[in-house]
Design a protein around this ligand. Structure first.
Ligand SMILES: NC(=O)N[C@@H](O)C(=O)O
Ligand code: NI
Length: 178
């Protein structure tokens, strides 16, 4: 008779979400992609010396706030990265524009109920693409890659609590295509 104990149940391996390329269309439910390529409105100014890529994002400081511009200097994240929390800014939008020329990761979920793993979208943004999270859109805090990277950040200052954080129930890893 086989008296060997049954093998202990192995914990299910965490799900890995591989980032998809960031495009205006795919990101539309979450906000704006800030990039010159295929910008809808662009026109020459300054006697033709300069091209203005016009009105690329809806900067929304809400009715009682005002827009501010900051620089975020992010340490690179190791991959694969475990997403354990998400946040949102219910009172205003938040834009990130990379100025170090390196790609970075963007993790988002639609505004509304706290996101579950199944509702996360993961994008790999190029170093010439910025993002603007619309008011209330769930996102992971800055995910720089490769080296310390600077980002121009345009978001809201003003009264009220403007950052809700939630824990993501099941462990999920994010990675870039290999
Ligand atoms: N805390 C803070 O300003 N940063 C976050 O909002 C973020 O999205 O990185
Ligand atoms: Ni944020």
């Amino acid at each position: 008779m086989n008296t060997k104990p049954a093998p202990a149940p192995t914990a299910p391996s965490p799900r890995t979400i591989v980032a998809e390329p960031l495009t205006r269309e795919a990101f539309a439910p979450f906000g704006d992609v800030i990039e010159a390529d295929d910008a809808v409105r662009h026109f020459p100014i300054n006697g033709g010396n300069t091209v203005r890529y016009h009105d690329l994002a809806n900067i929304d400081p809400g009715p009682d706030g005002h827009a501010i511009l900051s620089i975020f200097r992010g340490e690179p994240r190791a991959l694969p990265f475990a997403v354990e929390m998400m946040e949102r800014h219910p009172l205003g939008s938040q834009a990130f524009v990379p100025v170090s020329g390196r790609p970075y990761l963007v993790v988002v979920a639609a505004a509304g109920e706290a996101p579950g793993v199944e509702s996360l979208r993961v994008f790999r943004a190029r170093g010439d693409q910025g993002v603007n999270y619309a008011r209330g859109v769930w996102h992971h805090p800055l995910l720089a890659l490769g080296a310390v990277s600077d980002f121009i950040v345009i978001d809201r200052a003003g009264p009220g609590h403007n950052c809700d954080e939630v824990t993501v129930a099941d462990t999920v890893l994010i990675d870039i295509p290999r």
